[in-house]
Design a protein around this ligand. Structure first.
Ligand code: HEC
Length: 187
């Protein structure tokens, strides 16, 4: 009887400890899970959050229609536009490496409403191109197109944005769907 009480006491203590352990673990997992979820939501903008520090392709902002392919896109002919490329695509943009761009290249186009907005750096609209891995989107030259800084509206292949953006950017086929680079801007 004496022994039995001892074991019972022991198991209770053990059970309590186990319970606390399980509670702690599930709380920990829950916060981790939440954190990962939040990160996923952030990805959209984090990919190009520091684009202002990237290589600036445009020496002077584009305005009018320097390529002749603008139509009414990218806020039209009155807009002032700057282009930036991340370090992965920099050499290709400058003509120091061959087209096509390597996977992971990101190109950001900043479009300001007009000259005044550009001078004040006020409310730019961002459109972005991301180079995917080879043969993942043959319809768009393996580019994913993004409309807006949040990154929520994006597409490749035969998706809406894949077709819309791709069908105009294909005019720059010889330079991997990219209009603004050393061939158009100079070295
Ligand atoms: C009607 C043609 C047209 C459409 C549609 C179009 N673009 Fe462009 N895009 C251009 C032109 C022309 C430029 C060159 C920059 C300039 O003239 O300021 C350009 C430049 C860019 C650039 C800078 C890199 C480069 O190629 O010079 C990005 C990024 C970009 N566009 C993304 C997009 C995205 C994303 C979409 C779809 C939401 C899109 N574009 C739709 C014509 C188009």
């Amino acid at each position: 009887m004496k022994n039995l009480t001892k074991t019972t006491k022991f198991s209770w203590r053990f059970l309590m400890l186990a319970l606390v352990g399980v509670l702690y673990l599930s709380a920990f997992t829950a916060t981790q899970w939440k954190k990962e979820g939040n990160d996923k939501k952030m990805i959209g903008s984090e990919e190009w959050a520091d684009y202002k520090n990237w290589y600036k392709v445009t020496k002077e902002p584009n305005t009018g229609d320097p390529t002749g392919f603008l139509d009414k896109e990218h806020r039209g002919v009155k807009a002032y536009r700057d282009v930036f490329v991340n370090s992965i695509g920099e050499a290709t943009n400058k003509g120091e490496a061959e087209f096509p761009y390597p996977e992971g290249t990101i190109i950001v186009l900043e479009a300001f409403k007009d000259k005044g907005s550009w001078e004040e750096q006020k409310k730019p609209e961002l459109t972005i191109m991301i180079k995917l891995s080879i043969a993942t989107s043959p319809e768009t030259g393996d580019w994913e197109f993004v409309d807006g800084a949040s990154g929520k509206n994006r597409g490749s292949g035969t998706s809406k944005l894949g077709v819309f953006c791709g069908s105009c950017h294909i005019n720059a086929m010889a330079t991997d769907y990219n209009f603004m680079n050393y061939t158009t801007i100079g070295k």
